[in-house]
Design a binder for this molecule. Sequence first.
Ligand code: GDP
Ligand code: MG
Length: 288
Amino acid sequence: MRSGFINFFGRPNAGKSTLLNFLLGEKLAIVSPKVQTTRHRIKGILTTADYQLVFSDTPGIIDPKYSLHKRMMEAVRTALEDADLALLLVDVASDLSESDSIFSQLKLTAPAWVLVTQSDKVKAADVEKAIQFFQGKSYAQKVLSVSAQRKSDKDVLLREIAAALPEGPLYFPADEISDAQTRFFASELIREKIFELTSEEIPYHTTVMVREFQEKTTLTKIVADIIVHRESQKAILLGERGAMIKKLGTAARESIEEFIARKVFLELFVKVRPKWRESELFLDEYGY
Ligand SMILES: Nc1nc2c(ncn2[C@@H]2O[C@H](COP(=O)(O)OP(=O)(O)O)[C@@H](O)[C@H]2O)c(=O)[nH]1
Ligand SMILES: [Mg+2]
């Protein structure tokens, strides 16, 4: 049995969360075209007869501007420390030298591969150019490309990764797909809908906390708070006669029902906590 921890690193929008979902065949991490969607380190576990791969999605690497960012970058740092293999992701259509400069500053303790992502977006020759760019860089033991839209890429990549890992124990029970609890995924799916349905600063000023999570006989009851900075943001999230919160609630409930394969009763409240992103106390409370 080969096993180990494979941790993803890269700029915002490199495709880390999408890759996690793609490799697991399960929607564990929320994804959006907006940057900085991922705030936590999320583990996804894939176990077969031959291997156990424990993948970690991480927040995109940025310059921290407030305490929430600092905690996000702390999650990146701890992920650097316990990787057996670091996958350095870079969007093929992005500024490659920007990622190069970040990769060369990472304090890598494990072998690292560069993974050129979203290869379906450009011509094969441009994928090749990106691969060439990273080949020979001191941090890159290997350079590969991948598209999360090409199913065949998945088996190739999984095989390569498994072969690079040492013989090891089962770190998690074979049927476990994540170390996080279902209530965490519920809060993430609500947050994903906020990223989808609102704009500008609102997704970034918002967090979600599940207050109640009860498995009843016929359904799961979930009560969650949506936390914002300002009254004006609360008004937008509620919408005209509650239209926005209703839309949000329906969309989130449907996603959670799909995720847990159960009927869900979801109740949402919007609360104002000025500057929660800068308060160590609130960050503790909200699970960052
Ligand atoms: N065309 C294409 N788009 C992708 C691919 N992987 C990710 N994306 C898109 O890129 C955006 C950012 O992806 P995400 O996984 O959230 O990036 P992260 O910030 O690194 O976690 C999303 O809009 C994804 O749908 C891919 O392989 N092909
Ligand atoms: Mg992400």
